[in-house]
Design a binder for this molecule. Structure first.
Ligand code: 5RP
Length: 232
């Protein structure tokens, strides 16, 4: 897939997801380049058709972009349950287990995914794999980053502190934490790995999303159109 085809695929996926949002909904707004297209289309629907929605952003990036597109914002405090969420992913397996977190927004993204009744995952076809093998990001409390690092190494994750670009030192997430990128190679049992990481004090969340397959609908953008994948 060349760059132009990839952009067209992302746009088709994002626009399809935006078309599934209904008047009055509270919408989780994920982070990343594919969700931008969904937000762009939602902004058009608000301006042109008077669509009335509110969005819960998963990052500063999502909040800034939503404001640019004229999407009113709210919070999980106001709306602990969301009608729908739209988000991207880095890899998706046939059981609709996701790896997320390239953009370091995984902690809030998982909170929003958990709060949503339905989750639309928008991707291009390069994200669909038979077995997950991408880096698994782990958001870590800085206070405990050294012991968490050791525990992730013992699990076989070969952790690396994610380094910032245009800032010296580590990436600091929107929540004030660090990211450890872990290379487990192929992940044949993502549920067991997510549970093992969750058992480490100071490992606040990881990018494996194993519990949401039943409510996820994956919209795979193609150069012309989309295909939809769900477990139902
Ligand atoms: C951010 C994420 C993104 O949703 C994921 O990286 C996909 O991004 P893109 O649509 O730009 O490929 O998990 O933390």
């Amino acid at each position: 897939m060349n760059a132009a085809e990839q952009i067209a695929s992302k746009q088709n996926a994002g626009y399809r997801a935006a078309g599934m949002v209904e008047d009055g909904m509270v919408v989780g707004l994920g982070t990343g380049s594919t969700v931008f297209f969904a937000m762009e289309r939602l902004g058009e629907r608000i301006a042109e058709d008077g669509l009335c929605i509110a969005g819960v952003p998963t990052s500063y990036q999502a909040a800034i972009r939503a404001r640019q597109y004229g999407i009113p914002l709210t919070s999980l405090d106001e709306h602990p349950k969301l009608d729908i969420a739209i988000d991207g992913a880095d890899q998706i397996d046939p059981g609709l287990v996701l790896i997320k977190g390239r953009g370091a927004a995984l902690l809030r993204e998982k909170c929003v995914c958990d709060a949503a009744k339905k989750v639309l995952i928008v991707v291009d076809g390069t994200k669909m794999v038979e077995t997950l093998d991408a880096l698994v990001p782990v958001e870590v409390l800085p206070f405990a980053s050294a012991p968490v690092f050791q525990r992730l190494a013992l699990l076989g994750g070969s952790p690396i502190v994610r380094e910032a670009v245009k800032k010296d030192g580590p990436v600091v997430t929107d929540n004030g934490n660090f990211i450890l990128d872990c290379d487990f190679g192929a992940v044949p049992d993502p549920r067991a790995l997510e549970a093992a990481i969750a058992s480490i004090p100071g490992a606040l969340e990881c990018g494996l999303f194993t519990a949401y397959g039943e409510k996820i609908m994956v919209i795979v953008g193609e150069e012309k159109g989309c295909r939809v994948v769900s477990l139902r």
